[in-house]
Design a protein around this ligand. Structure first.
Ligand SMILES: Cc1cc2nc3c(=O)[nH]c(=O)nc-3n(C[C@H](O)[C@H](O)[C@H](O)COP(=O)(O)OP(=O)(O)OC[C@H]3O[C@@H](n4cnc5c(N)ncnc54)[C@H](O)[C@@H]3O)c2cc1C
Length: 382
C-alpha cells in the first residue's frame, strides 16, 4: 500500500506518525513545497522577534523521517491531481498513490488592496516570509500591520521587539472581537500599549502606495498612515487551488466527513485546508487532532472526528490572554466574571454547562478549562 501525504506541517506529520504506529510496512511519501524540515509555524513569531534560531523551532530532523522509513520530498510543489488514475502531478514529477491525505494547510490571505509589487510589503506564513521581513526590518524604523487579529498583534509585537515603532490597524472597533468581549478587549489593548504597540481601531485599509518617503496606507475614511514596512495579516485561505478540476468537493476548504474523508473514497484531508461541518479551524491543535485521526483511519483503525474546541492564546511576553470555546452571548447564556488585581476571568455557561472562557493575566487553567468545555453535553431527561 502506498500512502502519499501532501504537506509536511503538523497535520501531515501527525498523520504519518499514526500511520506508522499501526502499519510498519506501508510506503509513506510526504510532499512539501517548502525547502525546510518540519518546524513550528506558531514559533515563527519568536524567530521573527530574533529570540530563537531556526534550529530551535525545528521539530523533526532528517533522522526522524529515516527512522520511520518515510520519504520526504521537499521543494515539490503539487500542481494537480487526477483521482481517476490515482496520480499527483508535481514540480518533481508524477507520483501515484493508493491512499492520499491532503494536508496542504493554508496561505495568508491577500485582500484586494494587497500590492505584492511594492517593496517592503509582506505577509507572514512561512520561514521564507519571516526571513524577508527580518531582512527588511534591519534597515527601517517604522512598521504597520494591517489586521489586528491574534497573528497581527503578535507580528506587531515581534517587530516592536526588534526596535521598530509599530502600529496595528484593525477594522473592528476593538481588538480580537472573535476571541474577547468588550471588557477584556480593552484590558488587552491597554497592556499592549504599555508594551509600546500602537493601534488604529475602527479603520479599514483601502489602498497601499509608495512614494519617495516610503509606504503609505490609505483607509476608507481617508486616514493615512506612513510606514517603512507593512505586514498584511488579514486571515488565511486554504491551499486547495491544485484540486481544481479533480472532482474533490471544495467549499471554503476541502469538505470532509467525520472520517476525514472527502467525496472520493481514497482521498482524505486534514488541518487548515479541511472544512468540517462548515468550520475552518485554522489552529494548531485542531490540525494535530485531525492529522492523528486521519492517519489512524488510513491505517485501517476505527476512529471518528467530532470537531475540535476553538482556543487561542496570545504569545506576547508578559501578557497572558486566552480565549477558549464559544464566548457568544445568547438568550440562554449565563456569565460569571471575576477580577483580582490585573487578572480577569469570565466563564460562559449554557444549559448548565461551561461552553467558553476568557482568561487574562492568569492562564494557568487554560488546559483544564479546555477539557471541561470539551466534555459531552449532559443528557436531557425525557
Ligand atoms: C506566524 C503564525 C503563528 C501562529 N500561531 C498559532 C498559535 O499560536 N496557535 C495556534 O493554534 N495556531 C497558530 N497558527 C496557525 C497554525 O500554525 C496552523 O493552524 C497550523 O500550522 C496548520 O497546520 P497544517 O499542517 O494544516 O498546515 P501548514 O502548517 O500550513 O502546512 C501545510 C504544508 O503543506 C505544504 N503545501 C501546501 N501547498 C502545497 C502544494 N501545492 N504542494 C506541496 N506542498 C504544499 C506546505 O509546504 C506545508 O508543508 C499560527 C500560524 C502562523 C503563520
Amino acid at each position: 500500500m502506498k500512502i502519499v501525504i501532501i504537506g509536511n506541517g503538523i497535520a501531515a506529520t501527525s498523520a504519518a506518525t499514526k500511520i506508522r504506529e499501526f502499519d510498519a510496512s506501508c510506503e509513506i511519501t510526504m510532499l512539501s513545497d517548502e525547502n525546510t524540515p518540519f518546524y513550528s509555524r506558531p514559533r515563527l513569531l519568536d524567530y521573527l522577534a530574533g529570540k530563537v534560531s531556526f534550529e530551535q523551532i525545528t521539530i523533526k530532523s532528517e533522522q526522524w523521517y529515516n527512522k520511520l522509513n518515510i520519504e520526504l520530498v521537499s521543494g515539490a510543489k503539487v500542481f494537480s491531481i487526477t483521482p481517476q488514475e490515482n496520480k499527483i502531478i508535481t514540480s518533481k514529477g508524477d507520483i501515484s498513490y493508493d491512499a492520499l491525505l491532503v494536508a496542504s494547510g493554508a496561505s495568508a490571505a491577500t485582500p484586494p488592496f494587497f500590492r505584492p509589487d511594492l517593496k517592503n510589503v509582506f505577509r507572514l506564513r512561512t520561514k521564507e516570509d519571516a526571513d524577508r521581513i527580518i531582512a527588511a526590518a534591519q534597515h527601517v524604523r517604522t512598521a504597520a500591520i494591517i489586521g489586528g487579529g491574534l497573528l497581527g498583534i503578535e507580528t506587531g509585537f515581534a517587530l516592536t521587539s526588534r526596535g521598530l515603532t509599530t502600529t496595528v490597524i484593525e477594522i473592528a472597533d476593538r481588538l480580537l472581537p472573535k476571541q474577547l468581549d468588550a471588557e477584556s478587549s480593552l484590558l488587552l489593548k491597554a497592556s499592549l500599549e504599555e508594551k509600546g504597540l500602537r493601534f488604529l481601531t475602527g479603520k479599514q485599509a483601502a489602498a497601499l502606495d509608495a512614494d519617495r518617503e516610503g509606504l503609505c496606507i490609505t483607509c476608507t475614511d481617508a486616514t493615512v498612515l506612513r510606514a517603512d514596512i507593512i505586514v498584511v495579516s488579514a486571515g488565511i485561505r486554504p491551499n486547495v487551488g491544485f484540486l481544481e478540476g479533480s472532482g474533490v468537493n471544495v467549499g471554503r476548504g476541502i469538505i470532509v466527513d467525520e472520517k476525514l474523508r472527502t467525496n472520493i473514497g481514497n482521498i482524505y484531508a486534514a488541518g487548515d485546508c479541511a472544512e468540517f461541518r462548515s468550520t475552518l479551524y485554522g489552529i494548531w491543535p485542531a490540525a494535530k487532532e485531525q492529522g492523528e485521526i486521519a492517519g489512524a483511519i488510513i491505517a485501517g483503525q476505527d476512529a471518528v472526528y467530532n470537531g475540535s474546541i476553538m482556543s487561542a492564546k496570545l504569545k506576547v511576553v508578559g501578557i497572558e490572554v486566552a480565549s477558549i470555546g464559544d464566548i457568544a452571548v445568547g438568550l440562554g447564556t449565563r456569565t460569571e466574571s471575576q477580577r483580582e488585581g490585573s487578572s480577569f476571568r469570565k466563564l460562559f455557561y449554557e444549559n448548565g454547562r461551561l461552553k467558553g472562557a476568557i482568561l487574562i493575566g492568569d492562564t494557568s487553567d487554560y488546559f483544564k478549562l479546555q477539557k471541561e468545555i470539551a466534555l459531552p453535553a449532559p443528557r436531557q431527561s425525557a
